[in-house]
Design a protein around this ligand. Sequence first.
Ligand SMILES: [Zn+2]
Length: 245
Amino acid sequence: MRLNTDGLIIREQQTGEADRLVTVLTRDMGVIKAFVRGARSIKSRSLSATQLLGYSRFSIFMNRDTYTIDEAEPIEVFFGIRNDFARTSLAMYFCELICELSPEGADSPELLSLALNALYMLANNKIPVHQLKAVFELRILSLTGYMPNLLGCCECEKFADDTMFFDIEASQLYCSACSKPQHSYMLGIGTVTAMRHICLSDPQKIFSFKLSNAGLKELADIAERYLLATTQRRYKSLELYKSFT
Ligand SMILES: [Zn+2]
């Protein structure tokens, strides 16, 4: 059986002399692993289409549990990312997060559009990289069942206070009167508002918000801490990114 779909290559592994195994976030089938047969014989145009970060139109042959890509037509290869180490490592981190968090086998158009929008912003230098990273971290967690509980103080339901406290482990917010500072992370209301915007807005709006430099730093810090606490693992690409920034 043959299937045509578009997708983003989020991982590539060499499996033999000429064959490669790639992981693809597809529009119609979620994340799949597929072989690229005879990668040397495939036309060079198709080769770039099946490399990491290639977003392409694929013709995939399915035989029982095995998928094989036999044709690939590149749509976007994000060249703007590849000439900068920090941006390349951040893109690899996004791919690693998708591999970690995406539900296998389920279709995920929202996840694909988040990934493509983030890579587009990264390639074209649209917003500061630490802002982009925080948006991606919080949004991918929200899309995959780990949205932080930001609706209001978890004890008195107060929606907004000048200073609020977020308990990362419990994913709960406190106002200053109810706070338990020893267990939680202090946030300005601007940062809380930005987090709500990222988690709850329409997909096309999540990257556009204004925050002071101090607020952006706070946002970047809390987003990464919450992601690492939630997924409970280390990311090589994140460590690489930090060595370049
Ligand atoms: Zn309260």
